[in-house]
Design a protein around this ligand. Structure first.
Ligand code: ZN
Length: 133
């Protein structure tokens, strides 16, 4: 059903500030910065092996990332798992009574189809499903 960790989403106050650590200290490279207006975030992807680090900066004080940082501070906000067929996985989870944030996939950064599961259903981790074609 899930094949690997696609990326780890890290909430930061400033991508420009945080990328210095990830690039200069950790040796990763930002391959693209993209704004996803619908989710009120700017994202930067830093590939690492088969996975990536995704830095998330809020573009709106009322956005989910701004609220996350306000409550918990900067840090890991979600873990994304790669799936082959997101509609099929969502239908299966729904049939099992798993609480979903997104019942239908939406389009995330890089044109991926994404959907979030509710952290209450996953023992505290915000889980993103991610399908890349
Ligand atoms: Zn993500």
């Amino acid at each position: 059903m899930i094949s690997k960790i696609d990326h780890i989403g890290v909430a930061v106050k400033s991508i420009e500030e945080a990328r210095k650590f990830w690039e200069e200290t950790m040796g990763l490279k930002v391959t693209g910065i993209e704004e996803v207006a619908e989710q009120k975030v700017k994202t930067a992807f830093l590939p690492l092996g088969e996975s990536e680090v995704e830095l998330l900066e809020s573009t709106d004080p009322n956005g989910a990332i701004a609220k996350f940082i306000e409550k918990k501070g900067e840090g890991i906000q979600h873990v994304a798992f790669r799936v082959e067929n997101i509609e099929e996985v969502l239908a299966k989870l729904k049939a099992q009574g798993v609480r979903l944030i997104d019942e239908k996939p939406r389009i995330g950064a890089g044109g991926a189809k994404i959907a979030f599961l509710h952290p209450k259903a996953t023992f505290g981790t915000l889980v993103e499903l991610c399908q890349r074609d």
